[in-house]
Design a binder for this molecule. Structure first.
Ligand SMILES: *Cc1c(COP(=O)(O)O)cnc(C)c1O
Length: 226
């Protein structure tokens, strides 16, 4: 199956209203171009240098989503063009995104990455940490050029679909809770409307459990060559 076939098959299977982020990390620009040529515009990358190189080469109407761990000292390199940073997991990172967004005269969209999986190694805020922060911080004053767009997360690596579903439900609960907490600050589901969960092996479970953006790499581009 070609990249085009894969994308078309996924599009057919995705319910209306669920967006596809094509995770293109470690894949060559030729493959991204093929995805672009069949209409794909949202691409997910996880390394700062790689996304910069691809941004230079590929069409400028691509929306680049950063989905990997982002060091604060790397934000400046992607701030001029990144559409969304999905992997925001600390106040320090939010502060730096604010600084660089302002320097570039841009507003940068972000998702709050929430840790619900069992693996300790996965990053992201604990639900209570992020709800405390969003409850107490004055967003418009502290991060005026950062736009909170929703929540991102990953389930545990397991074959147990019940557990995966439960973890995605936890993400949905955090999202719903944040909506309530952010309403007094004027942030509503008009803009805080992205629930990004589901990858190649679990996106079917994700869309049944509240996701409206799946991030799919392997099922589109094949195995990554590291
Ligand atoms: C790599 C990656 C994906 C895509 O994984 P696949 O299993 O290849 O679909 C999705 N989300 C994040 C955060 C990733 O790092």
């Amino acid at each position: 199956m070609s990249v085009t076939d894969n994308i078309n098959a996924i599009r057919k299977a995705l319910p209306a209203g669920v967006e596809l982020c094509a995770v293109s990390k470690f894949h060559p620009v030729e493959k991204l171009q093929e995805a672009y040529d069949c209409g794909q515009r949202i691409f997910g990358e996880s390394r700062e240098q790689e996304v910069r190189q691809k941004y230079e080469i590929l069409p400028k109407d691509i929306e680049w989503h950063f989905i990997g761990h982002l060091q604060t000292n790397k934000v400046k390199y992607i701030a001029p063009f990144i559409s969304m940073i999905e992997s925001v997991d600390s106040e320090r990172l939010l502060d730096e995104i604010q600084k660089q967004a302002s320097k570039n005269g841009r507003t940068i969209d972000v998702l709050l990455e929430i840790h619900v999986a069992q693996e300790e190694t996965k990053s992201g805020w604990l639900p209570s940490e992020v709800t405390d922060l969003m409850h107490n911080a004055r967003l418009a004053e502290r991060w005026p050029d950062v736009r909170m767009r929703g929540v991102m997360g990953m389930a545990s690596i397991t074959d147990d679909e019940t557990q995966i579903a439960r973890e995605f439900q936890s993400l949905k609960e955090v999202y719903d809770h944040l909506l309530v907490l952010l309403a007094p600050q004027g942030i509503t589901a008009d803009t805080f409307n992205i629930r990004s969960w589901g990858m190649s092996h679990d996106w079917h479970v994700a869309v049944d459990n509240g996701s409206n953006q799946v991030r799919i790499g392997t099922d589109i581009f094949g195995e990554r060559e590291y």
